[in-house]
Design a protein around this ligand. Structure first.
Ligand SMILES: C[S@@+](CC[C@H](N)C(=O)[O-])C[C@H]1O[C@@H](n2cnc3c(N)ncnc32)[C@H](O)[C@@H]1O
Length: 262
């Protein structure tokens, strides 16, 4: 919803669609995955969790902000500093601070040439009505309720995630926790992570400006390919007609019979 270091906005469409009515993001950041589906018109109950106080302050502000609050935030030009805007609350400074120097893992005070604040403001105004019912919890992923949901799990990377204020102490503990989730589980990582048997997401993202050597290869784990099943997962509901169409018949059925089956 806002500019955030490591957000998934550019590649949110590459992840599987949410199969449950409730999405939980236990490493929420700016929640690009839930926002992507909300923008597609797919309405879901959304619970966001993040340990960062800055992220918590921003989300608590956004979840109760009105369109006029965002419209009234100052227009800024290169070189301006937020220190000169005494009327801004802490939350407003953090929110603007992430946009005025994109690429920084912490909110900044001075407006850089690369500022995305005006584009960010427009985007926030457009998406504000979509998040009215979302919930934010300031806390640790480990304390999330175990409930059936689509779990979009995007922790700091095992290699290269050290820019965040909070880190993962033990990825093996996180791996066991991931496997104890109920429902649909989507885990994000990047090469060369090894704490789950990840597969290639098929996307590379430029992680270092013009330096093509710094491209990042994204990885994903969703469980199925490893034969993992969530605890007490309900049986998939497959309609008979769908099942018949999906079966690989060999030799092919005569076309008239196939039509009748459909
Ligand atoms: C890669 S970012 C998530 C980006 C997010 N998917 C987005 O699209 O903006 C990882 C987030 O995990 C949070 N985090 C780190 N350790 C955590 C913990 N133990 N529990 C909950 N959140 C944590 C960080 O504050 C950071 O916001």
């Amino acid at each position: 919803m806002f500019y955030y270091y490591g957000r998934r906005k550019q590649i949110a469409h590459r992840y599987p669609s949410p199969q449950y009515t409730h999405i939980i993001e236990p490493f929420a950041g700016s929640a690009a995955y839930s926002m992507y589906w909300a923008e597609q018109g797919i309405e879901r109950e959304v619970t966001l969790i993040d340990k960062s106080e800055v992220v918590a302050i921003i989300w608590k502000y956004l979840l109760s902000a009105k369109e006029t609050d965002i419209k009234n935030l100052p227009k800024l030009k290169t070189g301006d500093t937020l220190d000169d805007y005494q009327q801004l609350s802490k939350a407003e400074k953090f929110l603007i601070g992430f946009h005025i120097n994109p690429g920084s893992a912490v909110p900044k005070l001075t407006v850089s040439k690369a500022s995305r604040w005006e584009a960010g403001r427009k985007y926030i105004i457009k998406t504000l009505p979509l998040v009215r019912h979302w919930k934010f919890i300031h806390g640790d992923y480990f304390d999330a309720d175990a409930t059936f949901a689509t779990w979009f799990i995007d922790p700091p990377f095992q290699c290269g995630g050290s820019h965040y204020q909070h880190q993962i102490n033990d990825y093996n503990v996180l791996g066991d926790w991931v496997k104890s989730r109920c429902g649909q589980v989507i885990v994000c990582e990047a090469e060369p992570a090894t704490w789950l048997p990840f597969r290639d997401l098929g996307s590379t993202v430029n992680n270092g400006g013009l330096n093509s050597a710094k491209r990042r290869k994204d990885l994903i784990w969703t469980g199925e390919s490893d034969g993992w099943q969530p605890l007490s997962a309900p049986k998939p509901k497959v309609k008979r007609a769908q099942y018949l169409v999906e079966v690989d018949y060999s030799p092919p059925l005569p076309s008239k019979l196939f039509e009748r089956l459909k």
